[in-house]
Design a protein around this ligand. Structure first.
Ligand SMILES: NC(=O)C1=CN([C@@H]2O[C@H](COP(=O)(O)OP(=O)(O)OC[C@H]3O[C@@H](n4cnc5c(N)ncnc54)[C@H](O)[C@@H]3O)[C@@H](O)[C@H]2O)C=CC1
Ligand SMILES: C[N+](C)(C)CCCC(=O)O
Ligand code: NA
Length: 504
């Protein structure tokens, strides 16, 4: 078994450019999902720390060294952060893997994506300088107008544990690019790499208060951020239930929110595919990558009846090659679930599916060779009907459920038979059919002949219960900008709406 040669740093909260002990001095243990052992601890912020961080953020905006920067100046900080991430890539990847259980390979992938996101938003920050002030020509002699795009203010960024540093970056990078001051609240289940981002910001000399990082529990550190009168916006990725709480609390202050709330995404496979193995591999990757803990996981396989038995046989053969091990081991392809709570939840979904009459085609249990850790075998469930929980609810584990169809209409109906609307995938060589599905799928993300590849330039987000708003691309930057119009009267003539007392 691989021994991690990496030390977990002991950190405090990152506030106003320095490390600060939480006011109440609380700490939360870090539990390794691979060994179930306590491997460190993180500071636990409360309302008192939120107040201090929000004040630090407001001061940063009022100070010239952050509040008056150009996009080009902010781009330099973002590029310096990207460079440090790459410099520390192998260490950060190990920390991420230790903390949330994802395979070292996937964690290293994440770090590349993190650096690329900071680079991308550095470019957009520079480009913002020329778009900061846009004249609007009204074709009138008496009025001159323009539109300003300004930083929105102090923003609260609340993020999950499945891609800890990457999901934080999807919000931190555009918020800083826009010139906002941010308070990041990562998940208590995986905060190590987000705290290291604090150290990186300190090292590159990011002005104090521009980014503050408060680790801690949702209700204690997240909720006060949402209801703080001086936090101008909340961007959230996480569960539907917490999304509802956040939107409800934010509504009391008419505070804007963007919500990315996961899903139950379909992958539709037609019998016209040339290469069965290619479709099989994307199906596996779409549901079992990151142990299925992906908001966009294509966890409902909708399979054309004519190829169903052959396709499932191939899936079972491929599944045997998935190496389940300590996530730091070489070639590991399936690590543990993040926490004991999530592990129990995944197993409960599987047993409920059994109780409701579905068939566990493979998996469904803890792998025999893993004595410790929150491991679940890759699981395929058949004989599913659309009223079952396993068809309807997000599992957030390596669990694929399968239904078959005969006609295209039936496939579309099954694909959209969900309260969620994040992503969908179609495997077919018929380009026109794929285009019909593009129109029919009620989701924000559509994959043709693949599942999950994600690019920084493209908008990421959903509809229906998957939330609203978009991360990434230029849309990600818009989240953190305030649009202000300026209208100037340029005529020397009186407006002449009222009768002037000087004229008799
Ligand atoms: N959309 C996605 O990418 C994700 C979806 N999930 C789903 O959520 C389920 C539960 O996972 P959790 O870790 O409990 O998700 P969660 O939604 O509770 O946690 C996400 C973030 O929200 C914070 N939070 C929790 N309660 C809060 C509150 N009242 N006010 C403000 N912030 C709060 C958490 O501390 C964390 O930083 C998973 O089984 C999965 O189905 C989980 C993680 C990511
Ligand atoms: C696209 N991917 C897999 C890199 C990240 C998905 C983000 C999420 O689970 O919220
Ligand atoms: Na952890």
């Amino acid at each position: 078994m691989a021994i991690p040669n990496v030390r977990i740093p002991s950190r405090q909260l990152y506030i106003d450019g320095e490390w600060r002990e939480p006011v109440k001095k609380n700490r939360i243990p870090i539990i390794s999902p691979a060994t179930e052992e306590i491997i460190g601890e993180i500071p636990a912020a409360t309302e008192e720390d939120v107040d201090i961080a929000v004040e630090a953020a407001r001061r940063a905006l009022a100070r010239d060294d952050w509040g008056s920067t150009t996009g080009a100046q902010r781009a330099k900080y973002l590029r310096a952060i990207a460079a440090k991430i790459l410099e520390r890539k192998s260490e950060l990847a190990k920390l991420e893997s230790l903390d949330c259980g994802k395979t070292l390979f996937e964690a290293a992938w994440d770090m590349d994506d993190v650096a690329a996101s900071f680079e991308y938003y550095a470019d957009l920050a520079e480009a913002l300088d020329s778009k900061r002030k846009t004249p609007v020509d009204l074709h009138l002699d008496s009025f001159k107008t323009y539109v300003l795009r300004e930083p929105l203010g102090v923003v609260g960024l609340i993020t999950p544990w499945n891609y800890p540093l990457l999901m934080a970056t999807w919000k931190v990078a555009p918020a800083l690019a826009a010139g906002c001051a941010a308070i990041l609240k990562p998940s208590e289940l995986a905060s190590i790499t987000c705290l290291e981002l604090g150290e990186i910001c300190r090292e590159v000399g990011l002005p104090p208060g521009a980014l503050n990082i408060l680790t801690g529990l949702g209700p204690e550190a997240g909720a006060p951020l949402v209801s703080h009168p001086h936090v101008d916006k909340i961007a959230f990725t996480g569960s539907g239930a917490t999304g509802v709480k956040i939107m409800t609390a934010a509504a009391q202050l008419v505070k804007p929110v963007t919500l990315e709330l996961g899903g139950k995404s379909p992958i539709v496979v037609f019998d016209d595919i040339d290469n069965l193995d290619l479709a099989v591999e994307w199906t596996l990757f779409g549901c079992f990558a990151n142990a299925g803990q992906v908001c966009s996981a294509t966890s409902r396989l909708i399979l054309q009846e004519s190829i169903a038995s052959e396709f499932l046989e191939r899936l079972l053969l491929w599944i045997k090659n998935i190496k389940i091990s300590d996530p730091l081991e070489e070639d590991c392809k399936l690590g543990p679930i993040v926490s004991s709570g999530q592990y129990e939840k995944v197993l409960k979904f599987i047993s409920k599916a059994k109780d409701e009459g579905a068939t566990i085609l493979c998996g469904g249990e803890r792998p025999q060779h893993m004595k410790k850790g929150y491991y679940v075998q890759p699981t395929i469930i058949t004989d599913v009907n659309t009223s079952m929980e396993i068809w309807k609810e997000e599992v957030f584990g390596p669990v694929l459920c399968v239904k078959t169809f005969k006609t295209e209409e039936e496939a579309i109906e099954l694909a959209n038979d969900t309260k969620y609307g994040l992503a969908s995938a179609i495997m077919s060589k018929d380009v026109e059919r794929c285009e019909r599905f593009t129109k029919a799928f009620q989701t924000g993300i559509i994959w043709f002949n693949c599942s999950q590849p994600t690019f920084t330039q493209l908008p990421w987000g959903g509809r229906k219960r998957s939330g609203f708003g978009r991360d990434l691309g230029e849309w990600g930057l818009e989240n953190y900008l305030n649009i202000k119009q300026v209208t100037q009267y340029t005529s020397v003539e009186p407006w002449a709406f009222y009768k002037s007392p000087s004229k008799v």
